[in-house]
Design a protein around this ligand. Sequence first.
Ligand SMILES: Nc1nc2c(ncn2[C@@H]2O[C@H](COP(=O)(O)OP(=O)(O)OP(=O)(O)O)[C@@H](O)[C@H]2O)c(=O)[nH]1
Length: 188
Amino acid sequence: MGTCCGLVLAGGEGRRMGGADKALLPLGGKPLLDHVLGRLAPQVDLVAISANGAAGRFAAWGLPVLADEQVMGPLAGVLAGLRWAAQKGGESLLTVAVDSPFFPGDLAVRLGAAPAMAAWQGRLHPTFAVWPVTLAPLLAEELAQGHARLRDFAALTGARVVDFGARGEDPFRNLNSPADLAEAEGLL
Ligand SMILES: Nc1nc2c(ncn2[C@@H]2O[C@H](COP(=O)(O)OP(=O)(O)OP(=O)(O)O)[C@@H](O)[C@H]2O)c(=O)[nH]1
């Protein structure tokens, strides 16, 4: 398999979290970003952080921080990630969400060949996907036309949906509110 690059989607406004920077919120005594990097890094060859706003807040991690070129939600982050991965000689980009600290440690293996998107018991989780870097021009075109939904882009590209659902809790559930964060604290 070719080089796979990993991208933590860490932009957004965190409105339901009271405007907090979700990446930096503590869970079990360490930032959410550390939880997510701990699961993502072993699965990929290179990692970057996708963020809007001031990149300096992630300086301590010593990782590339990719700014969104436009305000279009997570798909703009994916485009910056695809371009970065292509520059690095990568073949594919595995994306994860910074507010989902419980995703599977074998996400990349189970998603398989790009393009593919994760689901849990039939429910799509569009921020967990693997994309070929060759999709950057098509994605740029879609964004230019105002098409910003990840699931629509997945359909356009014929991405396979890989369902991880069987039993137990959804491993892709995200922490949107202080109540979600408190509940996750209890699960550690
Ligand atoms: N790069 C980038 N990532 C984003 C953007 N919007 C959301 N994300 C990320 O995508 C994932 C899902 O985000 P959401 O929960 O839908 O949005 P949010 O802005 O974090 O939170 P809300 O404001 O409460 O909707 C999270 O990991 C966010 O960090 C964006 O505009 N750019």
